[in-house]
Each structure stands twice: as C-alpha cells, then as structure tokens.
Design a protein around this ligand. Structure first.
Ligand code: URA
Length: 247
C-alpha cells in the first residue's frame, strides 16, 4: 500500500533534521538523498512508507507525535482495533485523532469505564507488565450480599484457573436490597478477572465499571466521551512507569 506523498523539505522537518526553510538549503547543497540518489530539486515529493531518505548518509526516521486519550468506554464496544464480527470498536469513538490509536489493555464488551488509548507502543507495553503493578479500580454490582468471609478470601487471593490471584482491595460501597456495589482494586489484568473472582464466590457480576486506571480517574466523562490526557495526567502515568523516552 502506498503512503501519502510529502514534500522532501517537509519530511526532513518532520524527522527533526531542520526547519522547512533550512531543510531547503540542505537539499540544495546536496546533502539529502532519496533511495540512494542525491536530490537537489525543490519540488520532489516522497512516500515515506516506501522510500528511504538519508541526510549526510544517515537514514531518517519520521517522528510520530505521541497521543494519549482517556475514554469512558460504553458497553457494546470491543477493545480491539478491528472486529471480524463487525461490532463497534473503541477507536471509532475518538474522532479527533490524526494518528492510529490502540487501546491499552482490554475491557470486556459488556464492561464500561476508563480506557486509555494511545499510539505509544512503549507505554502500552510497559503499563500492562505485571512488574509495574498498575492499579485498576472497578465498581462491581453483584448479585446478593457476599459475606465478609468471602470478601476476605477475594482480598487475600483465590485460585482462579489454577493460579492464585494477587491480593486485592475490596470495599462495600452500597448494600442494596438484592445487590451489592463493591469497589475492587486489583493490579492484575487477567481476562474477565473481576467477573471470574465474583463467580468463584457465587455472586455474579451484573454491571462492571472501571473507575480508574493507573491513577487516572474517569471523573465526569460521559459514556462514550473522551479527553486528551493533560501534562499532569502524563506525569502520574509516567511516574509509575519509567520509560526510555516520553516524547
Ligand atoms: N475484569 C473483568 O471481568 N472484565 C473487565 O473488562 C475488566 C476486568
């Protein structure tokens, strides 16, 4: 597939070599090559996805701006970048991004709440690594009223599919006539973990909402609404996960 052609001087600027005007001088002075051939003409357009541009013999790489969003994922959306069954995908909700975003981790189709989307692969990989123990907070509405012993079992860790869950924090937020709203904080991210934890103690989850991820609160974002992460948000995230580069 062909990419979008871009003027050579613009491409040099995008790669951080120089400003566009300065890049024109560099081209004119014969220091820039495309696919191994020196180019001194100003009008040349290149396709960065196929052509190799070098400055003083060094191949250039396009810098991609990192973007970070927090989405209030609605139910009914899948957290994959495409879906063979044609179900709606979360990335389709972010309408103002010029870059290809992907969700960080997963939320079940029937779970709603906080989901980070980014084009920063390094952050996405590290934030999900168990060693960083990034906290996720959920509000689970469960059937019935789990007694304290069962809640303590979940807090201490239970056997789930042959592997013990890590310690969790559980707080009863509200006891309703036939259901209980429980706040659950975990730092693992196993598939359908919260639902399975409650199933294991005999209390099915009726509704599951993630209210925070890695210290970022969902706050008042409406369902399907999203916001760009602020520099403050990024500080919170990056403090927990030291990366090589932030930009
Ligand atoms: N646990 C679940 O059961 N489902 C989710 O989507 C996230 C955590």
């Amino acid at each position: 597939m062909m990419g979008t052609p871009v003027r050579l001087q613009k491409y040099l600027a995008q790669c951080g070599v120089a400003s566009r005007r300065k890049a024109e001088e560099l081209i004119a002075s014969g220091r820039v090559s495309v696919d191994g051939a020196i180019v001194t003409d100003m009008g040349v357009k290149i396709d960065p996805s196929h052509q190799r541009v070098a400055f003083d013999g060094t191949l250039l790489k396009q810098r991609q701006h990192k973007k970070y969003y927090l989405l209030n994922k609605p139910k009914g959306y899948v957290t994959t970048v495409s879906d063979p069954q044609g179900r709606p995908i979360v990335t389709g909700l972010i309408t103002d991004s010029s870059v290809r975003l992907f969700p960080v981790g997963r939320l079940d189709i029937d779970t709603h709440g906080a989901l980070i989307l980014t084009n920063d692969g390094e952050l996405a990989q590290k934030i999900q690594h168990p060693s960083h123990e990034v906290k996720k907070t959920y509000e689970a509405l469960v059937e019935g009223r789990p007694d304290n012993r069962k809640l303590r079992d979940l807090a201490n860790g239970i056997d789930l599919e042959g592997r013990r869950t890590s310690p969790a924090q559980l707080v009863v937020v509200e006891a309703r006539p036939h259901t209980t709203l429980i706040r659950v904080i975990i730092h693992e991210g196993r598939k359908r973990q919260v639902r399975k934890m409650f199933e294991a103690i005999g209390h099915r989850v009726i509704d599951l909402k993630r209210t925070s991820y890695g210290g970022l609160q969902l706050g008042k974002l409406p369902k399907g609404g999203y916001r760009r992460l602020t520099p403050e948000d990024l500080k919170i995230i990056f403090k927990k996960i030291p990366l090589q580069t932030k930009k």
